[in-house]
Design a binder for this molecule. Structure first.
Ligand code: HEC
Length: 152
């Protein structure tokens, strides 16, 4: 008996809500219904997906915007676009500050290195612009200057 009573009490609000939804057709209650239900639906299903793509876009924007506004230092470009490989030497990338690794490259001349940073080194992980599609030529040069000066 106790269980029945409590379950009726539990379900009463549900019936009340359902009754309101189906029973009243006034625009006011319809409005309340949609505004109440909509956030729940979007939060439960598509939100996580939208969140991840949204975040990616936000990150891409956050990364690209300061670059497009130019005038960021070679160090900043390096930290943004080059350090993933050039810090630890991924795929034999010459490491920042590794004079032995940079010496033969520096010997080729700055122009050759600028060209490599812009066009990549074919057949290696050093792709055009180091993969930084939003980096300008000036920024790539600045990053090269930064890495070269760290190894001199
Ligand atoms: C995905 C990894 C990766 C990223 C990111 C990357 N590099 Fe490299 N980079 C390499 C590798 C690997 C080499 C060595 C290529 C070779 O074997 O000559 C290299 C070589 C270079 C060289 C020497 C090229 C030469 O002609 O000797 C320069 C300059 C250079 N990278 C600049 C940059 C700059 C500037 C960035 C950032 C904008 C960058 N790299 C980002 C992997 C990377």
């Amino acid at each position: 008996m106790k269980i029945k009573v409590s379950s009726i009490i539990l379900f009463l609000p549900v019936f009340f809500v359902l009754g309101c939804d189906s029973g009243q057709d006034s625009p006011v209650s319809k409005k309340a219904e949609t505004t109440q239900n909509a956030p729940v639906v979007t939060e439960e299903a598509p939100a996580p997906m939208a969140e991840s793509t949204g975040n990616d876009e936000a990150i891409a924007k956050a990364e690209s915007e300061p670059v497009q506004q130019a005038a960021i230092s070679g160090k900043q470009v390096y930290q943004k676009a080059c350090f993933t490989c050039h810090k630890t030497g991924v795929a034999n990338a010459p490491k920042l500050g590794d004079a032995a690794a940079w010496a033969p490259r520096i010997a080729k001349g700055k122009e050759a290195l600028y060209s490599s940073s812009l066009n990549g080194v074919p057949g290696t992980a050093m792709v055009a612009k180091g993969g930084c599609g939003t980096c300008s030529e000036e920024e790539l040069k600045a990053a090269v200057d930064y890495m070269v000066s760290s190894a001199e």
